[in-house]
Design a protein. Structure first.
Lengths: 110, 115
């Protein structure tokens, strides 16, 4: 497949360990946030979202944490698996328009 | 299965040529979007449509055009005026513009290159 980001921050994690991917967002007025996963040559896949009136939300094997004080978002993936290898990026929403981050490449070490 | 279908997967454009990228969704979503993805950059919004027969320019609309004649279809034309069209183009949809924040769901993209 083809790379969607040639100079992305990279996170390498041992299979079975937990992964934490971070995102700094830009606008303190943003009221909705989404994490996407993008595999090589494919479109972004929705993982989890969170609204600004929450600071934590859990899904299946994933947790999103929102810290509005420092405009920081994180995605935690529990028990990382080989299929989790991808580029992960966050998006922030203001007035129903999304602004996307550049992403982090997650690599799983067997 | 419900989803968003983009075609073709790969497209080549000659100098001075217009090309059209197809996007079809069967999710019954009102809102549709076109983004451009370049290496090392976040997705950038080209055009969006809140409802049939309506569309708005995004952040980088110059050199592109769209139409929204049917709810399920939102084709993007890359015109010869777009001087740097080589990129990965992504189409997305969401339930409705006026329902408050909803996630956008994406197709698998079209990679456009210049011959």
């Amino acid at each position: 497949g083809e790379s969607v980001g040639l100079h992305l921050p990279t996170l390498s994690v041992q299979e079975g360990d937990n992964s934490i991917i971070n995102c700094a967002y830009s606008n303190s007025a943003s009221d909705y946030f989404i994490w996407y996963k993008q595999e090589s040559g494919k479109g972004p896949q929705f993982i989890i979202d969170i609204r600004s009136n929450m600071d934590k939300r859990q899904g299946q094997r994933v947790t999103v944490l929102l810290n509005k004080t420092v405009k920081h978002l994180s995605l935690q993936i529990a028990a990382t698996q080989p299929g989790d290898s991808a580029v992960y990026f966050c998006a922030e929403s203001l007035n129903e328009k999304l602004t996307f981050g550049t992403g982090t490449r997650l690599t799983i070490i067997p | 299965d419900g989803g968003i279908t983009q075609s073709p997967k790969y497209l080549f454009r000659k100098e001075g040529q217009n090309v059209t990228l197809s996007c079809e969704q069967n999710l019954n979503h009102d809102a549709m979007y076109w983004y451009r993805q370049d290496p090392g950059q976040g997705l950038r919004l080209i055009y969006y449509s809140q409802i049939v027969n309506d569309f708005q320019k995004g952040d980088i609309a110059e050199g592109y055009s769209v139409s929204r004649e049917k709810k399920e279809s939102f084709p993007l034309t890359v015109t010869s005026a777009q001087k740097n069209p080589t990129a990965f183009y992504l189409c997305a949809s969401s339930i409705a513009w006026d329902l408050g924040n909803q996630p956008q769901h994406f197709g698998d993209g079209t990679r456009l290159s210049i011959l």
